[in-house]
Design a protein around this ligand. Structure first.
Ligand code: FEO
Length: 162
């Protein structure tokens, strides 16, 4: 049985993951409009991945006999100054999410909730990958600079994501 404090924090993270999905879907729409279809595809798949993260919290809360409480999802921005601006935001957002997962882990440790700690380990590992992916794309866009042809090559590369 989940403690109320842990249940509330898990529900909050469920909302945060769904917000991440919303944010990346909004970014995907921005890239569709530019148009840079490869970036758009990468982000659309990322949005699906974030929804799956949210569903991991959803399923865990139910399995641990807690109550799922879905709350309002904030509206994300709809435009960015450039591909670099967008991906710097992805990277910053993932660093923020890592902080949230770490805070959740701190709470589970404080409450001696071993099952939740075990479940959160998956997210601790996942966040290392999430930050690395975003950081790599930011670095590539920075290296490309103003060379638009190279930016389209990166767009093509990102569009290969399945
Ligand atoms: Fe659900 Fe991108 O972390």
């Amino acid at each position: 049985m989940l403690k109320k404090s842990v249940e509330d924090a898990l529900n909050k993270q469920l909302n945060a993951e769904l917000y991440s999905s919303y944010l990346y879907l909004s970014m995907s729409a921005y890239f569709e409009e530019i148009p840079m279809k490869g970036f758009a595809k990468w982000l659309r798949i990322q949005a699906e991945e974030e929804k799956a993260h949210g569903m991991k919290f959803y399923d865990y809360i139910i399995e641990a006999q807690g109550t799922v409480k879905l709350t309002k999802i904030d509206a994300p921005k709809t435009s960015w100054k450039s591909p670099l601006d967008a991906f710097e935001e992805v990277y910053a957002h993932e660093q923020k999410v890592t902080g949230m997962i770490n805070n959740l882990m701190d709470l589970a440790v404080k409450e001696k909730d071993y099952a939740t700690q075990n479940m959160l380990q998956w997210f601790v590992k996942e966040q290392v990958e999430e930050e690395a992916n975003a950081s790599e794309i930011v670095a590539k866009i920075k290296m490309i600079g103003e060379r638009i042809g190279h930016l389209f090559c990166l767009d093509h590369e990102l569009g290969k994501r399945e």
